[in-house]
Write a protein that binds this ligand. Structure first.
Ligand SMILES: Nc1ncnc2c1ncn2[C@@H]1O[C@H](COP(=O)(O)OP(=O)(O)OP(=O)(O)O)[C@@H](O)[C@H]1O
Length: 307
């Protein structure tokens, strides 16, 4: 739940971060307006170096913004961070667990140190699917299990916002799937999750909404189905593709080699063909996946430049 009047759990406005070094000024985040709605899993997507970690670090008070404003649960941060941080769980860097203790022992120690009830350990272990392996030593865990334990650690304080920075980095497909299932479960349980990632397929499967950034700037934001559906291509099947291609070109449509036409006016397409006496035997919408949208939007933004 959120106290924010706009219903957003995370809001930034004109957020900017500059790094100064001997090599000059590097703008890591520029004029970023982020709005993460309450509930569900929100993807925070961008190529390497696009400013995701820097944004998250600013939200958590780990880095100072050069300009702009930020709110968590409607409260301005970093000023009011102490008032809201108890409701925020975050996995930004690899947490330090003791390798010789079991996952459960690590969690129990942590729960004690933050004053969380011991009963939360059971709930956290269960939520991340570590039940049955929780009494094994941490050092025997796979990378995926270690990452799930890191998420379990953030759940000890029963957060309503969970911020995960590239939680599947370095995991194999099975590990990625485990984390994905865990995150999906958390979203379904009513936790708002900000999931930073550059793995598109995973985000598309788990996120309800997403923000795409490139070179620290917002490129697109909205519900995943809207982002993906913003552009729909149609596969056109006709008995005479050569004639159809000519008619469609004259009507102002661009037709790909595979007879795909990108348009939001399929009725105009059928009308143009029908008027020329060409009747369709197929008109299939082909939705792009998030990866295609992402690659298109972020083309040329992979290399962070010095300003
Ligand atoms: N402490 C720092 N000093 C100087 N430059 C920095 C610092 N931290 C980040 N940067 C630069 O800011 C830009 C954004 O980096 P950031 O780590 O936020 O990107 P990211 O989207 O999280 O990337 P990745 O997916 O690789 O983790 C990069 O160009 C990076 O080199």
């Amino acid at each position: 739940m959120t106290d924010s009047p706009g219903g957003y759990v995370i809001e930034t406005s004109g957020l900017r971060k500059e790094f100064r070094s001997r090599r000059g000024l590097r703008v890591a985040v520029a004029d970023l307006d982020l709005a993460v709605p309450a509930g569900g899993v929100h993807g925070f997507l961008g190529p390497n170096g696009s400013g995701k970690t820097t944004t998250i670090r600013m939200l958590l008070g780990l880095a100072r913004a050069t300009a702009g404003t930020m709110r968590l649960f409607g409260e301005p941060v970093p000023n009011r961070l102490p008032a809201v941080i108890g409701r925020v769980g975050a996995v930004v860097e690899s947490p330090k667990f003791s390798p010789h203790f079991s996952g459960r022992q690590n969690l129990t120690l942590l729960a004690r140190s933050i004053g969380a009830p011991a009963s939360r350990v059971d709930a956290a272990v269960d939520t991340v699917g570590l039940t049955g392996r929780d009494r094994d030593r941490y050092k025997s865990y796979s990378l995926g299990m270690k990452q799930r334990l890191a998420i379990a650690a953030t759940l000890l304080k029963d957060p309503s916002l969970l911020i995960l920075d590239e939680p599947t980095n370095g995991l194999d497909p099975a590990g990625i799937r485990e984390i994905r299932d865990t995150i999906r479960g958390l979203g379904e349980a009513g936790v708002t999750v900000l999931l930073s990632s550059h793995i598109l397929a995973e985000v598309q499967q788990v996120c309800t909404s997403a923000t795409i950034i490139g070179q620290g700037r917002m490129l697109a934001s909205g519900r995943v189905d809207e982002l993906v559906g913003a552009s729909t291509a149609y596969r056109v099947g006709v008995p005479d593709p050569v004639a159809a291609r000519r008619v469609l070109a004259e009507a102002g449509f661009t037709v790909s080699a595979e007879m795909l036409v990108e348009t939001d006016r399929p009725a105009d397409l059928t009308q143009a063909l029908g008027a020329a006496g060409i009747w369709l035997n197929e008109l299939t919408p082909v939705r792009r996946d998030l990866e295609a949208v992402f690659l298109e939007l972020t083309a040329g933004t992979e290399l962070g430049g010095d300003a």
